[in-house]
Design a protein around this ligand. Sequence first.
Ligand code: GS8
Length: 221
Amino acid sequence: MSPVKVFGSAPFTNVARVLLCLEEVGADYEIVDVDFGDREHKGPDHLARNPFGQVPAFQDGDLMLFESRAICRYILRKHRATDEANLLREGDPSESAVVDAWLDVEALRYEPSVHAVFVQRRVVPALGGKPDERVIAESIARLRETLAVYEARLEATRGYLAGGEVSLADLSHFPYTRYFMEMPYAVPVFGAYPRVTAWWERLLTRPSVRKVAAMMSGGEG
Ligand code: GS8
């Protein structure tokens, strides 16, 4: 069987999320670069893969998918046999509902704050603009509120967001947090939450995370 294809490259956060899931289950995959410089992501071939003209897109035979978290769920369900951590808690409706809840927290609450800081610090200057410090301050304030909830949650679970063991909800935080940790806000913001910091350090010890971190930096892992 030919390997699945991931369209986009590892430094893109939402592509990295998919790569993390593929690495967790040990699936074979091929990365197909999409040339943003040439606006290939807005061309007809790529729009047929992802109608929003974004990466990632994902192909498994006749199946074409977009939205990184949906792609991850597909990968983990398809490869349930090699998903040793059972990252979706498949087979237990109440446990998998808790994973879903924390995945939604990541997508709908955590990511928007971190993403806004990322855009101001990385994207705006790269386009020749000046970061909007007010947007950064408001986003950091929202991030702190979210992390205070995480701190209490991690005290209760003594491990990870959806319980005592790692799940997709935790791993899904990795790509944006990795970039946030390179910014000057990382120490003051995360440093205020020792359980969140310990949780992050535990995530960094996973082989899938180490490999994708290296790929995001342009290395092979
Ligand atoms: C977001 C994809 C996305 O923003 C997902 O897959 O989870 N909710 C989607 N992709 C970005 C690159 S990664 O940060 C992208 O393709 N941006 C180009 C554009 O929007 O034109």
